[in-house]
Ligand binder design. Structure first.
Ligand code: NAP
Length: 496
């Protein structure tokens, strides 16, 4: 029996995987299979359904530039609108027929003899493709806290990625562990319904004002009729984010004043919203702005001033059947325990599946034994015909769509070069990869991650070696310029 060989196997049906599929189809590769472990498309925006979920990047920026959506109802659209947008994109670009849901990928192995990737699925089946693209997301492996006794809790326990709408929270005693961007959105919503809410904070987060509001019908009409108006809005949003990132975070050493502006804006926001100095001190971060992803909210800080909401900053000792006990012996009896404890990036992600390249190189092992690295955040030596979309140094700018579109541009340049050369196998050279890694390492030295005070931030930007290699330390403009101009000789081209 001959095995069918797809043009490409894409792992993940979120915005990354869909963007890659759109690009491949534009370039004439139509025999695609998109494997998705969840029961529908949309990635993060399918999985996350907790109350208060919304995008925290302005919506006209947090979308594909080639597929603007004039229908966002708010400046920062609520989660269900992002999911609906994902469905719209899948339908418009005819992606659904390529997708297989409830399909868990275990690993992928390069077969040198046939120059193909064999992708193994849970259950024993294999799928084969000329190209492999992993679009498994950065924040896709939920992290459960290593706190003793969580499994003994007799009430309801929910991680934010496994939200159960069937659980009635009205009048309940709720505890929430975590104060990251997810918790910042969720806490005000829980406070609206809880009889009592206890928030367990280990590390405070910088929160700036959120310039949110409904998008009036007349503006949406203008966006639909004159797309240029929405493009202009996108440009403004993107430029502000870019300025924040480049000046405030990446050029920390040269421009410490720019970083201070971000810090001061958040501190003033806290001062305006919380009058009690003791509470304010607890909510004030002691690390530099940008070490950990800051977020936006107008309702987070005021929630802690409500009489039925407690902010607990003493370390949790353990959880038992009735609730949480802190190190000072205090206990809070709870009906519901919410784990807003984020995601594991550096142990179980990067890569999210086992990927074995040429000469048996195991990507996860190699990254851990050497350093986390990927040329232009997308290609790895000894991994032919492989686009790793969630790689070290791949995240460019603050909107994930900038990253996706930069990678789409890189793919276009490379695949066209292959076609021109009549090659069917391509692999980045060790030299090009080493030079890129060295350059990124040098640039990182200028950023808040290296030059700032981040040791108390406990930021997921840092890996187990203490390196902040998630974000690409360049402007998005420079990332995009390189994606369309990288030296073609940085790759080796072969015919199978
Ligand atoms: P996170 O930023 O990693 O926050 C996890 C929180 O849980 C932290 O406060 C952490 O405390 C706490 N925690 C973890 N383990 C703990 C333990 N054992 N004991 C006590 N506390 C513990 O995760 P997240 O809030 O889910 O956000 C992740 C990312 O998702 C964000 O940075 C953002 O990029 C993205 N996000 C985006 C949006 C959006 O609208 N676009 C919304 C939500 C999230 P420590 O800080 O002390 O570790």
């Amino acid at each position: 029996m001959t095995t069918h060989i797809h043009d490409a196997v894409i792992v993940g049906a979120g915005f990354g995987g869909m963007g890659a599929a759109i690009q491949l189809k534009r370039l004439g590769y139509d025999d695609l299979v998109i494997l998705e472990r969840e029961d529908d498309l949309g990635g993060t925006w399918h999985v996350n359904r907790y109350p208060g979920l919304a995008v925290d990047i302005p919506s006209s920026t947090y979308s594909y530039s080639f597929e603007p959506n004039p229908h966002w109802t708010r400046l920062f659209a609520p989660g269900p609108e992002l999911k609906a947008y994902a469905v719209h994109v899948a339908d418009k670009y005819d992606l659904r027929r390529h997708m297989r849901f409830d399909t868990v990928v275990e690993g992928a192995r390069w077969d040198e003899e046939t120059s193909t990737w064999r992708v193994s699925l849970e259950g024993g089946e294999s799928v084969v493709g000329r190209f492999l693209l992993t679009a498994t997301g950065f924040l896709s492996q939920p992290k459960l806290p290593d706190i003793p006794g969580v499994e003994d809790f007799a009430g309801t326990v929910m991680h934010t990625t496994r939200w159960d709408d069937g659980i009635d929270l009205q009048g309940k005693r709720i505890g929430i562990i975590g104060t990251g961007a997810t918790a910042v959105q969720l806490i005000p919503e829980l406070a609206k319904v809880a009889d009592h809410l206890t928030v367990y904070q280990r590390t405070p987060i910088y929160v700036s004002p959120k310039m949110d509001g409904p998008v009036p019908g007349v503006v949406r009409g203008a966006f639909a009729k004159v797309p240029l108006t929405q493009k202009a809005t996108r440009l403004v949003g993107t430029s502000i984010l870019e300025l924040l990132m480049v000046a405030g975070v990446l050029h920390f050493r040269d421009l410490p004043a720019a970083n201070q502006i971000g810090k001061r804006v958040c501190e003033a926001h806290l001062r305006r919203q919380v009058k009690d100095p003791e509470l304010r001190a607890k909510l004030t971060p002691d690390y530099d702005f940008g070490c950990k992803r800051p977020t936006f909210s107008n309702t987070y800080f005021p929630t802690f001033t409500k009489p039925h909401v407690d902010l607990e900053t003493t370390t949790i000792d353990h959880v038992d059947a009735a609730g949480i006990v802190t190190a000072d012996g205090n206990r809070a009896d709870l009906d519901v325990l919410v784990l807003a404890t984020g995601f594991n990036l550096w142990d179980t992600n990067f890569p999210a599946i086992e990927v074995i390249g040429r000469e048996g190189r195991d990507l996860g092992k190699w990254w851990r034994e050497t350093r986390f690295q990927a040329y232009e955040g997308i290609a790895v030596p000894k991994f032919p015909n492989f686009f790793s979309l969630n790689s070290p140094y791949s995240y460019s700018g603050l909107s994930y769509f900038t990253t996706i579109e930069t990678q789409m541009a890189h793919m276009e340049r490379l695949l066209k070069a292959m076609a021109k050369r009549g090659a069917d196998v391509v692999e980045v050279t060790e030299e090009a990869n080493d030079a890129f890694l060295e350059r990124m390492t040098g640039l990182l030295g200028n950023s808040v991650f290296s030059a700032g005070s981040c040791s108390t931030a406990r930021s997921y930007y840092f890996n187990q070696h203490g390196e902040a290699v998630l974000l690409r330390p360049t402007s998005t403009l420079s990332a995009h310029r390189e994606a369309v101009r990288f030296p073609l000789d940085d790759y080796e081209y072969r015919t199978a």
